[in-house]
Write a protein that binds this ligand. Structure first.
Ligand code: NG6
Ligand code: CA
Length: 506
């Protein structure tokens, strides 16, 4: 009898084994590669050594660039976070949606739950889908009860699993939310959040400056959490508050665990890191390591996270079967509201990489960002100057999986061959957006309409691009946009202007 049992056991084990072998076969034929988007927050074109940074080293991001495709004309759709993320996930230009601008932590969900999204597309194709990290696309439908189930959110627009920070590291609530529930919340100590009025007499940076450990420069003088004054007021939720210094390790661990536990089925992971957005809070392991102050330190930290994450993919045997896309949601800023030495210690480091403007700017540094595709054994290392935008990932991934995206209002362009290095052909045109302003990139040319308002935003030290006259630049000879050709090349100006107006539907 026990002999029979033993045979049965062997039979079961061998069945199991052959199943995983056949699964492996399916998994290695590359028809359904895992897809990972590693997305940084405010990382500039010049913040990566592979993109020319000389004052800091980013060996792990460099490895992706060196063994994958380094795009030199890769764009976020926008010069701020929310609209760029909206375009990345929906494939739609953010300027089509007037609500797609920097959102407070209490804003309702920006993406329509009926809308096609990148994670939905993949989920429908049998992928497991997850977001780990920064969301900043709104939650709920208005008044959020942070103590109940928070919905709709990432889980309702295609992510089966979500582990997020709601808005930004400098906005309340400063808690993690897992699948719609605040992590570690004590029901005896409920969370209240308000962006207009303080709640009871909770300490703020104005009422209790002695509690502030990171001084605010502009904005950021509401509730104080972990010694850091934030945007917005928050009360309660003490046990749920995140540790800023541990955030990078925390998200990394979640991302690694996700990979390890989903390696047997195709997965899409949107790993949305918080660095180097303010407040810059490197883990003590990285403090002072860059010599450029906390902003440089958190870039080193982020680079380390990329390396650790890649080790996990390698350890799990997934590198040959995973397409990795690395980018950033918008360009760089030094002083984004705190005195954190970013300006004082920048030295010779040029986060903009020679481009004009920065975060918030319609000039190049606002939207042109590091953009890398990597797929071991599938993508040949190269540098590509094709014009590509993060918004194009949706249609390109659809093509990879043989899905037809049928929607009139789809701005995402299928650039699969370009992203995989089989073609050098990029977009013909791209509309760029910065805090409501739009401009056109077409070939090597950029057209910026005349805009009223301040050009130089003193508080952040950035030219945002508002000039009372039209601007025309030829990037092939003027990367830094110093030479406005609008007056000397009226034909080109008219050509771009008419394309711009047509694409904008005006
Ligand atoms: C701005 C904040 C800035 C940052 C930004 C969002 C002030 C004065 N400035 O309003 O610190 O949080 O919003 O950045 O509050 S983003 O990368 O998420 O778009
Ligand atoms: Ca950002």
């Amino acid at each position: 009898k026990s002999y029979n049992l033993l045979l049965l056991l062997i039979f079961i084990i061998s069945c199991k084994k052959s199943k995983t072998e056949s699964e492996q076969q399916v998994r290695s034929d590359n028809s359904k590669p895992n897809i990972v988007i590693i997305y940084l927050d405010d990382l500039g074109y010049g913040d990566v050594s592979a993109y020319g940074a000389t004052e800091l080293e980013t060996p792990n991001i460099d490895a992706l660039a060196g063994e994958g495709i380094k795009f030199t004309n890769g764009y976020a759709s926008s010069a701020t976070c929310t609209p760029s993320r909206y375009a990345l996930l929906t494939g739609i230009y953010p300027w089509r949606n007037e609500k797609a601008k920097i959102l407070p932590g209490t804003a309702p969900l920006l993406i329509d739950t009926m809308q096609l999204t990148l994670p939905k597309l993949l989920k429908n194709k049998g992928y497991n889908t997850a977001i780990i990290g920064k969301w900043h696309l709104g939650l709920g439908e208005g008044m959020i009860n942070w103590n109940g189930h928070i919905s709709p959110g990432p889980n309702e627009v295609g992510f089966e699993e979500s582990y997020i920070l709601a808005a930004t590291q400098d906005r309340v609530p400063t808690v993690y939310i897992q699948n719609g529930n605040v992590v570690g919340l004590d029901s005896e100590d409920p969370i209240e959040v308000d962006y207009l009025n303080n709640i009871d007499d909770e300490p703020t940076a104005l009422s209790h400056p002695e509690l502030v450990e990171m001084k605010w420069h502009h904005g950021h003088n509401n509730s104080i959490v972990n010694g850091i004054p934030r945007i917005g007021y928050m009360k309660g939720g003490e046990s749920a508050k995140w540790s800023d210094e541990d955030m990078a390790d925390h998200f990394l661990k979640k991302a690694q665990d996700y990979v390890a536990s989903h390696k047997d089925n195709p997965f899409f992971l949107y790993y949305a890191m918080q660095q180097p957005h303010v407040p810059r809070t490197p883990h003590p392991r990285f403090k002072g390591k860059s010599g450029l102050g906390p902003r440089g330190d958190v870039i080193l930290e982020a680079d380390w996270c990329v390396g650790e994450f890649m080790k996990t993919l390698q350890k799990e045997g997934l590198l040959e079967n995973t397409l990795i896309i690395f980018s950033s949601d918008n360009g760089p800023v030094l002083n984004d509201g705190y005195y954190d030495d970013a300006v004082e210690k920048v030295g010779r480091h040029d986060p903009m990489g020679g481009l004009r403007g920065g975060k918030y700017s319609i000039f190049e540094a606002g939207t042109r960002v590091p953009f890398i595709t990597y797929w071991k054994g599938k993508i040949e290392p190269s540098v590509s100057d094709a014009l590509v935008c993060q918004m194009d990932i949706l249609s390109s991934v659809a093509e990879l999986l043989g899905i037809k995206v049928e929607s009139k209002e789809m701005d995402s362009t299928n650039l699969l061959n370009t992203l995989l290095g089989k073609s050098r052909q990029g977009r013909d045109h791209l509309i760029l957006e910065a805090t409501g302003k739009t401009a056109l990139r077409s070939g090597d040319w950029v057209y910026i309409p005349a805009y009223a308002g301040r050009n130089f935003r003193e508080e952040v030290g950035i030219e945002v691009g508002n000039l009372s006259e039209e601007q025309l630049y030829n990037l092939s000879e003027d990367q830094g946009q110093q030479n406005n050709l609008a007056k000397t090349n009226p034909e080109k100006l008219e050509e771009l202007k008419s394309i711009f107006l047509k694409l904008r539907g005006e």
